[in-house]
Design a protein around this ligand. Structure first.
Ligand code: DAH
Length: 340
């Protein structure tokens, strides 16, 4: 029995020398001291069959070995634990001086930003935001805006009709009509919103895009107020050095009508590929509200003067940020969006 004990002690010592982790130590403890199958436990149970004379000595040796195993495992456990803390603080698994991992902050979509920038400019000069439906009637989208029955914009090929009288609005101008029917002058509003046209998507067209409409109606407005407001807006949005030019144009709902250009932001007017060698870029349509429009909404055109404009938000964003393909705004490619 004593010899068997000596052999067991040796086998424990060599097992112990190989244990590297807390888990291995637990398994080791089970193997020798486990309540059911532990090797030493079994020997202790066999003590009864040892001759009475030897029992005392054998019993003492068994207890000594048990104590030895327990302290050896405990000591080894402490050593392993302090070793791993030491490694951690030495930076082997955790270096507290390393820079943290930064999470990228999200931000507004460039079109949202441009829309809000434009809104801010108009808020600052007393305008408020008005809203209208994307599904419109032909009355609000065309008729009340003095767009004649045979105008090409009314064509099936240009407009998404839902029925004979319902369509997806092709511009934000119907919000002018809705607002003037709802509120009396003086009025100063802008209406940002989504509009729809049957255009094939390419670098400058999209069947769904955003516009922002503006309308001012008051008693003593003049063409100079109109020009001044457009200039103030465009300089505030693009840059103070931007030059603004008005070209005569035609819209059913304004008279006179103008197309408004800014000096090319890419070459500052000295002619380049972007401005097609003209030095100017067209940015919006505008004009003085046609009396015929006032008649539809019941505003006295003898007393009231109005001016209005409509601009494409994508177009403003493309010019401001130098984006040459409108499709970039819709594809949600993070490599594009992260640049803003
Ligand atoms: N609705 C026009 C368009 O979509 C833009 C426009 C031109 C709006 C002149 C206006 C305006 O309010 O006065 O092309």
């Amino acid at each position: 029995m004593l010899e068997k004990l000596a052999a067991l002690k040796q086998s424990f010592e060599s097992d112990l020398a190989q244990a590297r982790s807390g888990r291995q130590l637990s398994l080791l403890r089970d193997r020798y001291l486990g309540r059911k199958g532990g090797r030493l436990t079994l020997m202790m149970k066999g003590l009864k069959s040892v001759a009475v004379d030897d029992r005392k000595e054998v019993g003492r040796s068994l207890n000594q070995l048990k104590a030895r195993i327990e302290t050896a495992i405990e000591t080894a456990r402490q050593r392993i634990e302090s070793e791993s803390t030491r490694q951690e603080s030495a930076g082997i698994t955790l270096d507290v001086t390393l820079p943290g991992k930064r999470r990228a902050l999200g931000h507004l979509h460039p079109l949202t930003r441009v829309r809000r920038d434009i809104e801010e400019i108009f808020y600052s000069i007393g305008y408020s935001v008005a809203d209208g439906p994307e599904i419109e009637t032909t009355y609000y989208n065309f008729e009340a805006l003095n767009i004649p029955e045979d105008h090409p914009a009314r064509d099936q090929g240009d407009t998404f009709y839902l029925s004979e009288n319902l369509l997806l609005r092709t511009h934000t101008s119907p919000v002018q009509i809705r607002t003037m029917k709802r509120l009396r002058p003086p009025l100063r509003i802008i209406c940002p919103g989504t509009v729809y046209r049957r255009d094939n998507p390419d670098a400058t067209h999209s069947p769904v895009f955003q516009q922002i409409e503006g309308l001012a109606v008051d008693e003593h407005l003049t063409f100079r107020d109109f020009k001044g407001t457009m200039e103030y807006f465009l300089k505030a949005f693009f840059s103070e050095g931007t030059r603004v030019r008005f070209r005569p144009s035609y819209f059913g709902f304004t008279e006179p009508s103008a197309e408004v250009d800014i000096s090319c932001t890419f070459c500052a007017g000295s002619r380049c590929r972007v401005c097609k060698q003209t030095g100017w870029i067209e940015v919006l349509g505008a004009g003085m509200v046609d009396p015929e429009v006032f008649r539809h909404v019941g505003i006295d055109s003898e007393r009231h003067i109005g001016f209005a404009f409509g601009a494409g938000i994508e177009r403003f964003a493309m010019i401001k940020y130098g984006v040459d393909n409108i499709q970039n705004f819709y594809q949600n490619d993070l490599r594009f969006l992260r640049q803003f």
